[in-house]
Ligand binder design. Structure first.
Ligand code: CA
Length: 228
């Protein structure tokens, strides 16, 4: 009997089990569509997810203000019209970045040595008037605030036991030129009304299209969208 082979087989079986479990539940961010399973209504996942792992260090200059609070931004490139967009933000970051996720330099540098620093998230989603992928870094203005959220019980509680993490969903209204979710740049503003903004965070965007890019500046977003 070769025990190393048996051990390997057990390990593979365990990994397959955990992978299946993971695929069944998926990210905590779910779409507004649901289906009834055994009489229980359950939200369906988005077809595509992209995540950004960031870290706000003490003294990091804010990029703007929201209701007189310091705010930071994430810019999202949506490459085609979408039927819905979902955004979640949790702090501290709880997942592990995959190869296709976006990871800031600050996260790489600071997360490991400060895993317990987190903040109470508050997010706001705006549609910007930037639709040309070659002109993202030229900037633009917000056409409208789509939606916002402070606390969502759909997301895991923070280490303090409070469900203070944020989740939003916004559905496109295709018949309305101002409410249709078209190709272009969207902005996630984040701030906090209960705590200092310091620590790691993980922002996740769910849509029905692949190719979503997320960056902390329009310059970085333009480079990501036009690379390769
Ligand atoms: Ca919150």
């Amino acid at each position: 009997m070769n025990f190393s082979i048996v051990k390997k087989a057990v390990l593979v079986a365990a990994m397959a089990t955990s992978l299946t479990a993971c695929m069944t539940t998926g990210p905590a961010l779910k779409s507004s569509n649901s289906e009834s399973v055994a009489g229980i209504e359950a939200r369906l996942p988005y077809a595509n997810y992209a995540s950004y792992f960031g870290y706000i260090d003490k003294g990091t200059a804010p990029q703007g203000t929201y209701k007189e609070k310091d705010a930071y931004y994430l810019f999202v490139w949506v490459p085609a019209a979408i039927d819905e967009i979902g955004v979640s933000m949790v702090s501290p970051a709880s997942g592990t970045p995959s190869d296709t996720d976006f990871v800031s330099d600050a996260y790489t540098k600071l997360n490991e040595s400060n895993p317990d620093t987190f903040f109470d998230t508050y997010i706001v989603l705006d549609r910007l008037d930037i639709v040309d992928s070659a002109k993202i870094s030229k900037g633009g203005k917000s056409l409208q605030t789509l939606t916002y959220n402070d606390d969502s019980s759909e997301l895991p509680a923070n280490p303090g036991g409070s469900t203070y993490n944020s989740l939003i969903r916004h559905v496109s209204e295709v018949s309305s030129p101002t409410k249709a979710l078209v190709r272009g740049v969207y902005r996630i503003s984040f701030t906090s009304f209960r705590s200092a903004i310091e620590g790691s965070f993980e922002a996740t965007v769910g849509t029905n299209v692949p190719g979503i890019k997320i960056a902390k500046s329009l310059e970085e977003l333009q480079a990501l969208v036009n690379e390769g």
